[in-house]
Design a protein. Structure first.
Length: 250
């Protein structure tokens, strides 16, 4: 078996288990691949129920060696305005993967964790681990995200109070928001907000409803992961201690 094979305990195992362990797909999908004749062991087409030893047998999917699942990887990116938070864009706009070196942008399975619309900038996480992505984005964890926002005009104390209480969107209530005024200039106001949910364009839509459209939106922190001095358009690799499922991640 090639040295690129997924590590495992010695001895034969069911092929669908080995394929799933390589991070390619679920076991159910692996069973479908076997039924479709797309898996080969030592040059022969494998069948559902077959076993193989990843340390001794040559296991291939569509002719390509079954490779070990890449170790979990998380990057913090300072996304500029105009860059799309996706792996590819049908309109041909630059994506977050275009900001990474080729060895990370290709073949690592990196994808954005959550979203930041093209008109917004700031902190965005990228990961190659689906379970980790779920843990960092699922609403039940209520991960706090901090933003600095310039809005048009000067909201009154009453208006800011409404925002703090949570403005309903799409007929559904919103969670309360931590909000403070940072300053103002030329008739506009800078605010800092901390949200515990991530509804589509939530800050922009709320500001519009309150009569103070957003002029600039920057996400400065996700949980305890702070953008800090990371320059716009640059990225850094996060240490596992920054994202493991312990505080700041519930």
């Amino acid at each position: 078996m090639s040295s690129a094979s997924p590590p495992s305990a010695a001895g034969p195992q069911r092929l669908q288990k080995l394929i799933a362990a390589a991070g390619i797909c679920s076991r159910r999908r692996a069973e479908e691949l076997l039924q479709a004749g797309r898996v080969q062991v030592n040059g022969h087409t494998a069948h559902l129920g077959d076993r193989a030893d990843p340390n001794a047998d040559d296991i291939r999917l569509d002719g390509q060696p079954l490779r070990a699942k890449a170790p979990p990887l998380v990057l913090l990116l300072n996304k500029p305005v105009g860059v799309v938070s996706s792996c590819r864009d049908p309109e041909g706009r630059p994506t977050v993967l275009d900001l990474l070196p080729p060895e990370l942008a290709q073949g690592q399975g990196l994808h954005p964790v959550g979203r930041l619309d093209a008109a917004s900038r700031g902190a965005l996480l990228l990961s190659n681990d689906g379970a980790l992505t779920l843990r960092l984005t699922h609403p039940r964890y209520e991960h706090r995200k901090r933003y600095r926002v310039w809005v048009q005009g000067e909201p009154t104390t009453e208006t800011l109070g409404r925002w703090r209480a949570g403005v309903p969107l799409d007929g559904r209530p919103s969670l309360p928001v931590e909000l403070r005024r940072l300053g103002h200039g030329r008739g506009n106001t800078q605010l800092e907000l901390v949200l515990r949910e991530g509804r589509n364009r939530q800050i922009r839509r709320t500001a519009e409803l309150l009569g103070h459209p957003v002029l600039d939106l920057q996400r400065t922190a996700i949980g305890a992961i702070d953008l800090g001095a990371l320059p716009e358009g640059r990225w850094r690799r996060l240490d596992p201690r920054e994202w493991e499922p312990q505080p700041p991640w519930p």
